[in-house]
Design a protein around this ligand. Structure first.
Ligand code: ADP
Ligand code: F6P
Length: 326
């Protein structure tokens, strides 16, 4: 089946580099003689018919911008059969023959449902959490890690001056990839991730007191938000450290600053390559697939297979971080 017009949308939590991906999709499609429509606010735009024309210049000056010019949303209605049917009807009316969906695995499930109903979709991994099983890398991860690292570097200055302990919450409600690599990059004394249960005494208090004996005077503990009670655990941990060690402690939640900012080289290039790869498939009428990055190569997978894959947490890296944080 040959496709003449495609759509592109961003869905779920935004991630730096989504704009670069939209730009690549638009430019690549137009270069291949396709027309492109921008679908606003994720799947909501399909339900409401909120759709714009995208030409070559409409994506000028966005490669360096965080967020998404198409806006993003979570759409509960799209998960219902009625919502899906409205979306299919919009595609028919707008003569949209295929869609590039940029988002996380929730968005992939939506892309699967649309493909099943005759609108071929290609998923692109866009989330700062790097928690999509089929791919070793998701657009936005590098920028978010660098942002978190810079923020913790700033915290380190004041933590060092006051000889305190800073307990920092980074994003990652279900995954510790961001916390792990940020924690390594800032030289954290302990890194807590949802994948590994922690023991306050063994993993934090004992580590602090042991490193104190060799002259360490300030401490950084990095905690993924998926550890314990969200937005509360860092305060509990800081209180417990103060009580058990006498070291003055402060809790900081980095929050949504981690989702913003200008994308790094890695995110811009990855987004460009992935966006282009998605269009190459759609142009051939191929849908129901996702773009993935494995072993330094851009590949593509069947959506069902991608969603069924399991991603192992990098326990070796986690153990290494523990070894060198003495
Ligand atoms: P992400 O794509 O970042 O994982 P969400 O999980 O919030 O973010 O999913 C984004 C949107 O994708 C949802 O608002 C919904 O419209 C759609 N979606 C999520 N899960 C499903 C599902 N199981 N079936 C169909 N659509 C889904
Ligand atoms: O983008 C993924 C993520 O950052 C998670 O780590 C976090 O739990 C979630 O989004 C929070 O998103 P929101 O505040 O937009 O619901």
């Amino acid at each position: 089946m040959s496709i003449k017009k495609i759509g592109v949308l961003t869905s779920g939590g935004d991630a730096p580099g989504m704009n670069a991906a939209v730009r690549a999709v638009v430019r690549s499609a137009i270069a291949m003689g396709l027309q492109v429509k921008g679908i606003m606010r994720g799947y909501n735009g399909l339900i409401d018919g909120d759709i714009i024309d995208l030409d070559i210049r409409s994506v000028s000056d966005i490669i360096h911008r965080g967020g998404t010019i198409l806006y993003t949303a979570r759409s509960p209605e799209f998960k219902t059969e009625e919502g899906l049917q409205k979306a299919v009807e919009t595609c028919r009316k707008e003569e949209i023959g295929g869609i590039v969906v940029i988002g996380g695995d929730g968005s992939y499930r939506g892309a699967r449902d649309l493909s099943l109903r005759g609108v071929p979709c290609i998923g692109l991994p866009g989330t700062i959490d790097n928690d999509i099983s089929s791919t070793e890398y998701t657009i936005g991860f590098d920028t978010a890690m660098n942002t978190a690292m810079e923020m913790v570097d700033r915290l380190r200055d004041t933590t060092q001056s006051h000889e305190r302990c800073s307990v920092v919450e980074v994003m990652g409600r279900h995954a510790g990839y961001l916390a792990l690599q940020t924690g390594i990059a800032v030289g954290a004394t302990s890194i807590l991730v949802p994948e590994v249960p922690y023991d306050l005494q063994r993993d934090i208090i004992d580590k602090i007191t042991e490193t104190q004996k060799t002259g360490k005077k300030h401490f950084i503990i990095v905690v993924a938000e998926g550890v314990g009670e969200i937005h509360q655990e860092v305060f509990k941990i800081a209180g417990a450290i103060e009580e058990k060690t006498g070291i003055e402690s402060r809790a900081t939640i980095l929050g949504h600053v981690q989702r913003g900012g200008s994308p790094t080289v890695r995110d811009r290039v990855m987004a460009s390559e992935m966006g282009d790869a998605a269009v190459q498939l759609l142009a051939k009428g191929i849908g129901n697939r996702v773009i993935s990055y494995r072993a330094n190569t851009i590949v593509n997978d069947d959506i069902y297979e991608a969603l069924a894959m399991k991603k192992e947490f990098d326990y070796d890296m986690y153990k290494m971080a523990h070894r060198i944080s003495i």
